[in-house]
Design a protein around this ligand. Sequence first.
Ligand code: NAD
Ligand code: TDX
Length: 376
Amino acid sequence: MIIVGYLLHIDVYLLAIKDMMNKMEKNILITGGAGFIGSHVVRRMVKSYPTYGIYNLDKLTYAGNLENLKDIEHLSNYHFIKGDICDGELLQQIFERHQIDGVIHLAAESHVDRSILNPMEFVRTNVIGTVSLLNVAKNYWKERQDVLFYHVSTDEVYGSLAEGAYFYETTPYDPQSPYSASKASSDHFVRAYGNTYGLPYLISNCSNNYGPYQFPEKLIPLFIANILHEKPLPVYGKGENIRDWLWVEDHAEAIDLIFHKGKAGETYNIGGRNEWRNIDLIHVLCEKMDHKLGRKPGSSAALITYVKDRAGHDMRYAIDPSKLQRELGWKPSLTFEEGLDLTIDWYLANQDWVKRVQTGAYRDYYQLQYGERFNS
Ligand code: NAD
Ligand code: TDX
């Protein structure tokens, strides 16, 4: 469904009229739905729950791309609202007009390297934005207990792990980058609103995601794009840092499960028990790319270039997802081998998407599809 109107917020009123005519079982506000993980969550919720009104609120920063949702934007229970989670007045209008019963909050600045260059933007969106959302939810819901504020967070809040150790839900917070410090802060605010005002909440902390629609600044899509164009592959430091990778649709499934079956006030760690040293993962990626592109074995690996390490680079992340598996029965659907193949194949088949992201052309999509009616 098409809506929009950043300046006048006319979209909010039009949608309200539509809602009155067509009462939904539940109205869910998803923030950051035009981003990588958010678009998979929105797609899943819109398709799996046709009786829910799904409201995707996204500021469309460099990371927001409405082309990610092209395939579902015509569905009548999907609604897009362009706006900023720091805009309390807009948030209040959205809650009131659409009688929001639940929030799945993903909007964030998400890239560690950018947080090193510009920490204030991370404080603004990840901390202040989350608190403004919490505040509006708390005031609108008052004492209601049949509502949920679900905050999607990261394993990076726990800091860097020694060999053999794992992140549990009880692991003390020890964020090391401006990004993880801002996410840790937002997690603390969510719990503070639960503790102080009785706001029913859920938090999940997930490991590194990969899959279709990931912005090509993150390791896997960046390296796929660089291999394709025979550009250097910048490996930070010695490439010995370890990350725990999860197929993005498995994350979306976990979010759906936690939102519907999780116990309010609880935290769930999400991860696929899939640890890789960066350099080992990069070699697998290079071998697969050589094979898929019909290039001589070793040609992609020849692009590997060791560069200066990321400042404060966390050495190792590894999630113990036992609680989620035991209590909610979640398990990953794919092996890493399968997920990586699907990811590479998707990027190779969708080079137009990558090109439009790299040239900035994707930013016109909003104007073309949604902009003309209300932008003055
Ligand atoms: P992303 O950068 O791809 O997308 C973020 C989205 O939020 C974009 O659509 C952007 O336009 C929107 N946004 C940013 N600032 C906003 C604001 N002020 N108001 C409204 N919208 C705004 O991020 P992602 O990788 O999809 O991550 C989504 C969430 O999941 C984040 O909260 C992130 O911390 C968390 N997370 C990510 C990973 C991962 O591996 N990518 C792992 C664990 C947790
Ligand atoms: O060019 C690169 N070279 C390189 O060696 C890039 C972009 C990354 N790296 C390394 C740094 C990390 O050790 O690869 C690893 C993965 O890097 P990113 O893809 O930037 O992810 P990471 O920093 O681990 O954070 C991601 O996972 C947790 C997401 O960006 C976060 O939003 C999420 O919370």
